[in-house]
Every structure is written in C-alpha cells, then in structure tokens.
Design a protein around this ligand. Structure first.
Ligand code: NAP
Length: 333
C-alpha cells in the first residue's frame, strides 16, 4: 500500500523539495496551505499525487484536527510550517507564537485526531543549537547534543533573535510534548544550517525567493560597484534537506534523533567567486570583491552521528550555487 505523508507549510521552499522527492518515490502527499489559491497552484505544480487542506492559522488549538480527520490514510507527518523571517513588526505575534504554539498544537492534534500517525518529523534548525554569536565563533562546538540558551525574552528584543528563539523553543516544546504525553508517534527532528539550492519547480524561481535562497540570489543581483555583503556561515543544499526528511521517518536509526545537516562553510565572497568562475558572461556586471578573502569564522560543527544516520553523499556548495543560478536565469528568461 502507498504511504501517505502530511506536509505542513506545503508552499515553502524546503517543503516543495520534500514534496517533489516524496512523489518521485511514489508516496502520496497531503499538504497544508493557508489558502485554496496556494493549494491549487501547488496541485498544478506537483500533480495528482498531491492533495491539499487549507489550514489558515497555525497557532490555534485544534487547527489541524479537521484536516487530519479528512485523511485517515496518513501515517507520517512532517511539520515544516513556521515563520522563516528575520523581519517583523511584532516579534511575538508574527514569529514566536506561530512557531512555538503552532508546534504544540499540531502535535496535540496529531495525538488526538490521528493516532494512526506513527512518525512525526519537526523541521528544526541549527539555530535551535547555537545563538547568532555562537554560529560564527570557532571556539563553540555545535552538535546534536546541544541546545541554544536563547530565551523567550531574548526573542522579544529583535526579529533575528525572535527567529532563533522561535525555533529553539518550538523544538524544546516538541520534545517536552513527547516526554510528558507519550503519544503513539515517534518524533525526529531535522536541523538544517543555511539552506541554498534550486527551487523544486522552475516556476517558483521567479522574482524574490525565500529568506535563504535569496542570499544566493542577492549575490547574483549585485552590480559592479556594490559592496559584497559580509555574511558567512554553514551551508547545506535543499535537496539534501529533502532527503534528510525522508530518512528521518523511514529509518529506525532516526527515531527520537536530532539530525543536524551540514555540508561546508560559505560566505558571500565565496558565492561570488563561484558565480564568477562558472558564469563568465556575468563577470562584467558583477563586482570582484576580494576573491582571496575566503577565511570563514565558524563554530566547529560535529554532526558525525547525523552523517551516519543519513548515509548519503552531500551536494557541494559549488554545485548548489551553479544549479540555483542556472535555474534563476532559466526562470526569468
Ligand atoms: P519558507 O519558504 O518561508 O516556508 C515557510 C512555510 O511556513 C510556508 O509554507 C509558509 O506559508 C509557512 N508559514 C510561515 N508562517 C506561517 C504562519 N504564521 N502560519 C502558517 N504557516 C506559516 O521557508 P523554508 O526555508 O522552506 O523553511 C521551512 C522550515 O525550515 C521552517 O520551519 C524553517 O524554520 C526551517 N529551516 C529553514 C532553513 C533555511 O535555511 N531555509 C534552515 C533551517 C530551518 P506561506 O507560503 O503561506 O507563507
């Protein structure tokens, strides 16, 4: 029998790659979206093995009850929906509450309305492991065993901290839920670092992209005299994150694990160097920056345990950038 997988936040950059991979592996997918128009667009993109349910508000108790009751065939739930932004007018209302309460309520709904669901994967983040300062501190050791010390009050102070706190406290809430309520399902988390790489469908690569895909896009869009941004950090390709979500519910070794997925460091200058090397036709319009400056201050990321569970070769930064830029050029031609 074909397994049916529920994916919350189906419109998302990561979610769409997860959905495309699930469908290619013959899973049926039910995605949650905030409007029927978004669901219809996804149906056009992903075809007949994709169905959707409209769940307009994440942070409402019981928000997923009806959607789950409509799909008794679903046995796996991937919770990817969460505000993925570093800008908000109201940090609590727009970031902290939907992420944290949304996660608690989704798990409550699964437990109550869909006891046939046996595996749940929460899309967490490196930011649930390390603070912004720790991520770029070479003396800090990040691993699956570490939780960020960030607090809810820290999260109220600015939007960057709000995002970091939202992911940390939502992941903590998920583990706490499992510990205290002992549900029918087994929980795993996928903790990606900065995610780059192509959109699942070319149609989605037009205009502005999501927060992290736009980091690469914004280097591609630099003009000759622009300053090169100073951003740097750890990278992973979105197609590897999609594979990690499947491993997280398919493999027994992934049960109750945090899967920290990291490939190699990046900086805006390194991204620029890769684009200039692989797209000679863009060299005249892009800045040069300081091509020799490729030193990146980064925490030590020990994810040996996760690499063993994942068991696949990861896509290098250069291939990821080249594939993403080729797609943006194609989509906007
Ligand atoms: P994305 O493209 O912005 O997707 C976010 C998804 O969540 C969208 O489906 C969005 O729906 C939904 N969403 C956001 N706020 C919501 C709310 N208040 N109520 C209901 N739905 C809401 O971002 P992404 O990069 O794919 O992120 C997906 C997940 O991965 C998030 O949990 C994020 O924290 C995590 N993550 C991402 C990265 C990264 O580098 N990209 C790294 C680590 C972890 P709409 O389309 O309707 O807005």
């Amino acid at each position: 029998m074909t397994t049916s997988v529920f994916v919350s936040g189906a419109t998302g950059y990561i979610a769409q790659q997860v959905i495309a991979l699930l469908i290619s592996k013959n899973y049926n997918v039910v995605g949650s979206v905030r409007s029927a128009a978004k669901g219809d667009n996804l149906k056009k993109l992903h075809g007949s093995k994709f169905q959707y349910e409209v769940v307009p508000v994440l942070e409402k108790q019981g928000a997923f009850d009806e959607a789950l009751k409509n799909h008794p065939e679903v046995t796996v739930f991937l919770h990817t929906a969460s505000p993925a932004t570093f800008t908000a007018e109201d940090n609590e209302k727009e970031i902290l509450i939907p992420a944290i309460n949304g996660t608690k309520y989704v798990l409550e709904s699964i437990s109550k309305s869909a006891p046939q669901i046996k595996r749940v994967v929460y899309t967490s983040s490196l930011v649930a492991i390390a603070t912004p300062e720790q991520i770029n501190d070479p003396t800090f050791e990040a691993s699956e065993d570490v939780f960020s010390p960030i607090t809810y009050d820290d999260g109220k102070s600015n939007s960057l901290s709000a995002y970091f706190a939202s992911k940390t406290l939502a992941e903590r809430a998920a583990w706490e839920f499992v510990k205290t309520t002992k549900p029918e399902f087994v929980l795993s988390t996928v903790n990606p670092v900065y995610v780059f790489g192509p959109q699942a469908k070319d149609e989605e690569a037009k205009g502005g992209l999501n927060l992290t895909a736009e980091i690469v896009n914004s280097v591609y869009k630099l003009k000759k005299d622009d300053e090169v941004p100073q951003l740097s950090g750890p990278f992973v390709d979105v197609r590897d994150i999609a594979k990690a979500h499947l491993v997280a519910f398919e493999k027994d070794e992934a049960k109750e694990q945090r899967i920290l997925v990291y490939t190699e460091p990046f900086s805006s200058q390194v991204i620029l160097n890769i684009i200039r090397k692989n797209f000679p036709e863009l060299r005249n319009t892009l800045p040069v920056g300081n091509p020799e400056n490729v030193d990146i201050a980064l925490a030590k990321i020990d994810n040996e345990k996760s690499r063993k569970i994942l068991g696949f070769e990861q896509i290098p930064l250069e291939d990821s950038i080249v594939d993403a830029i080729k797609q943006v050029i194609r989509a906007n031609a």
